[in-house]
Design a protein. Sequence first.
Length: 346
Amino acid sequence: MQLTSIRQRLRALGALPLHEQRVLRDWVQGRPYDQGRRRPNDFLPLGVRTALPALDAELQAMARLISSHPGEDGSARLLVGLADGQAVESVLLPRDGLCVSSQVGCAVGCQFCMTGREGLIRQVSSGEIIAQVVLARTQRPVKKVVFMGMGEPAHNLDNVLDAIELLGTEGNIGHKNLVFSTVGDPRVFERLAQGVVKPALALSLHTSKPALREQLLPRAPRITPEQLVEAGEQYARLTGYPVQYQWTLLEGINDGEDEIDGIVRLLKGKYAVLNMIPYNTIPDLAFKRPSWESARAIAATLHQRGVLTKLRDSAGQDVDGGCGQLRARAAAPVRRTITIGRADAA
């Protein structure tokens, strides 16, 4: 169910824009209709009031909790069932954050990602994106939403931007607390800049070497790390939010001195923060997770050389729940082995 179809149904029932706004606001914020200054019986048209129970049932059915996997870090990975029997993952993050999925599967095929192993199955509708937020709010408060779950948001751009607009206007979430993550589709930089709600931007960098990036992200747009950072810098200056550059740290692949030099070359002096995340181990893949001590030393070196770096751990380490792993265990994916050239080969 798309947000546009929900709006059309409400209008067909006699809703004016302010009535439509009220129904959507109550839904996305997870609050009863009888709260607030205007009671439904005194405010909503009769046709809307009569249809609300059936509409609510449909909205609730868009996302149901299959299982929850709490982590020691305060996170909880949620396996979320959709109305057609497919499943996606959402992650409750510490400090009232939520990571949502924008696709069932993913077409980018990042070689270190479980989600990318099954390819793209289908898009997640704008309504299903909001439904993930509504479901999460039944578990705990949500004050930040990041589009970093299953899928490439740029490949489902209209639905993601519709969801972001509703979250930023009626969802009680600050615009800088909506984070759009992408491998760098050029369409993103134009469309985000035109939106009523301009989210913060997270760009998947992972290496400073063009050839290695093509290996690690085989179906990402063919733009170089330099071009990616240049486009990110323009958006950061437009919005006033620093760009978050994502770097999955792979032992022996992108953790060498040459990559440290490359990061400094790309990001020093930029309006940016580097999120460095040690790889979340996936069975049957050749990649290795570096030690925490090694990762901490790299982050410290980058700090010393003028790059703001935050060393993070992927939520769900202790429950073996890296992005795509819960769905993969439920769906029993095809197993395969991938070989990637080492850093000195790029």
